[in-house]
Design a protein around this ligand. Structure first.
Ligand code: SAM
Length: 194
């Protein structure tokens, strides 16, 4: 299987979310970072849709707000300065189970501190929370990086989640995973049943 370069992998992930999203949808950017994915999702859902974007770093929330404001997309986005493990507690009641796509781009903020990084335990909780919010046909897209300390352990969590969803009847893709040690890969889980 061809490897996915870091640039291509994020674009690939965006396209995999775009395939699913319709105007008016609800989408989640689980790792806002500099706001590029949130801006992309906001364009996909259009003026009638909404995006919830999460990040634990104030600098990432500020960067995302700046980008979204410049792009004229801030009205479609709610920025949540908290962990993606708290998705359920953060989105409005009427949006539960109606989410079209959830995008995770794991790891650390490019240009930021490599010590502030997604963690296996909270990633596991967030993936389960994201799955619970999907509408039928909705999709989780998750980019995992295995080349940094802790990356392999987090990647294992993502693999286990994919296996569990597949056993439950969801459609799962693992793109660029094997044989591809140390490289990023993309998982998608598409909810198949009510
Ligand atoms: C690779 S960056 C995301 C890039 C981003 N999607 C973009 O378009 O610029 C990963 C981000 O995850 C954030 N992060 C780490 N742990 C988190 C958590 N528990 N909940 C939400 N975000 C977290 C980091 O602060 C960092 O900004």
């Amino acid at each position: 299987m061809a490897s996915l370069t870091p640039i291509r992998v994020t674009e690939r992930a965006q396209k995999l979310a775009q395939e699913i999203l319709h105007p008016g949808d609800i989408a989640i950017d689980a790792t806002a970072g500099k706001g590029r994915d949130a801006a992309f999702l906001a364009q996909c859902v259009g003026p009638g849709g909404h995006v919830h974007a999460f990040d634990i770093q104030p600098v990432a929330i500020d960067a995302s707000r700046n980008l979204l404001t410049i792009a004229g997309l801030m009205e479609r986005v709610t920025l949540h300065p908290r962990s993606h493990a708290e998705i359920k507690e953060s989105i409005p009641l009427e949006q539960h189970g109606r989410v079209g796509a959830v995008l995770f781009n794991l790891g650390y903020l490019p240009g930021g501190s490599p010590t502030i990084i997604t963690q296996p335990a909270s990633t596991a909780k967030a993936l389960q929370a994201a799955r619970a919010e999907l509408r039928v046909g909705g999709r989780i897209v998750c980019v995992s990086y295995t080349g940094h300390p802790g990356g392999e352990q987090e990647s294992d969590i993502v693999r286990q989640f994919a296996d569990q969803c597949e056993q439950s009847g969801d459609a799962v893709q693992r793109l660029g995973l094997d044989p591809n040690p140390g490289r990023p890969w993309v998982m998608t889980v598409t909810r198949n049943f009510a």
